[in-house]
Design a protein around this ligand. Structure first.
Ligand code: ZN
Ligand code: ZN
Length: 254
C-alpha cells in the first residue's frame, strides 16, 4: 500500500493544501485542496473516497473532482463515510443549490456517485488493503483511520482532540509503522484548540507519552504560519520521541 500525501495543512497560502492522501492509484482519503495537485488522468482512476468528516477543508475538492471525471469513467465513485456525514453532504452540499446531486446524474440508475456508510471498527477490505475507521473526538461526527498494507500499519488521527481510543488502538497495533496525528494550534492558541476540539502541543504531548517508542510521529493539520512554533513546543515536551512535520509529496509504503 502506497500512501501519498497530497495535502496536510490546516489552511492554505504559499502553496499549502488541505488534507488529502492518495492510496495507490484508486483511493482518496479525504478530499481537501491537495486533490487539485492530481492530473486529470489520475483523477479518473479514483474509485473510492473515504472521509474522516464533513468539514470543508476535508471535502472541498470532491465536488469539482466529480464534475471533472463525469463522462470519463464507466464506474461510479464510491463515497465511504459515517452515515451522519453522508446525511450532511446530501442535505447541505449535493442538494442542487451548492452543487448538483451526483447520486442522481447522469441518471438515477447509473449515477457517478454512490454512498457507502462506514462504521467505527468495521474494516473495509480491498484486496490486500484494509481501511478501518477508528474513533475521533471532534466537534462533528468524525473518524480517523487505521490503514493496513502488506508490510505494516499506519494510523491517521483525523481531526481530533484528546481521547483514549486513539491511543489504546495505537498501543494494540503490533505492526504500527507510522502515526500521523493532527496538532492544529500552538499552545498560545490553546483556548481555540480546545473549543474547536483540536490538539495543541500541551494536550498532544500528554497523550504521546502512551505511544510505543520508535514509532515515527508525523504532525499534520498545522495552522499556516504556526508550524515552527508547534514543532518546537512539541520537541520541548516529548523528549526522545521522533516528531516530524508531515510534508506534501511524502510517500509512505506499508
Ligand atoms: Zn474538522
Ligand atoms: Zn480539518
Amino acid at each position: 500500500m502506497r500512501v501519498r500525501v497530497l495535502g496536510c495543512n490546516g489552511g492554505i497560502g504559499d502553496g499549502r493544501h488541505t488534507t488529502s492522501f492518495l492510496i495507490d492509484e484508486d483511493i482518496l482519503l479525504d478530499a481537501g485542496s491537495g486533490v487539485t495537485r492530481l492530473a486529470l488522468e489520475a483523477l479518473e482512476k479514483i474509485d473510492h473516497i473515504f472521509l474522516t468528516h464533513a468539514h470543508l477543508d476535508h471535502i472541498l475538492a470532491m465536488p469539482p473532482m466529480l464534475d471533472s471525471v463525469i463522462g470519463r469513467r464507466e464506474r461510479p465513485v464510491t463515497l465511504h463515510a459515517l452515515p451522519e456525514v453522508l446525511e450532511v453532504l446530501k442535505e447541505h452540499l449535493f442538494n442542487w443549490h451548492i452543487w448538483p446531486d451526483f447520486n442522481r446524474i447522469p441518471s438515477k440508475e447509473a449515477p457517478i456517485l454512490r454512498y457507502s456508510p462506514i462504521e467505527v471498527g468495521q474494516a473495509v477490505r480491498m484486496g490486500s488493503r484494509e481501511l478501518t475507521p477508528i474513533p475521533a473526538n471532534h466537534v462533528v461526527p468524525a473518524v480517523g483511520y487505521l490503514l493496513r498494507g502488506e508490510r505494516g500499519s499506519l494510523i491517521f488521527s483525523g481531526d481530533t482532540c484528546s481521547h483514549d481510543a486513539l491511543w489504546n488502538i495505537a498501543a494494540e497495533v503490533g505492526d504500527l509503522r507510522h502515526l500521523i496525528v493532527e496538532c492544529s494550534f500552538p499552545n498560545a492558541m490553546r483556548e481555540i484548540a480546545d473549543a474547536s476540539k483540536h490538539y495543541c502541543p500541551a494536550t498532544l504531548s500528554a497523550d504521546l507519552a502512551r505511544l510505543k517508542l520508535g514509532v515515527p510521529i508525523w504532525v499534520t493539520h498545522m495552522k499556516p504560519g504556526s508550524e515552527v512554533d508547534i514543532i518546537v513546543e512539541l520537541d520541548d515536551l516529548v523528549n526522545s520521541r521522533l516528531v516530524q512535520t508531515l510534508r506534501e509529496g511524502h510517500l509512505f509504503e506499508i
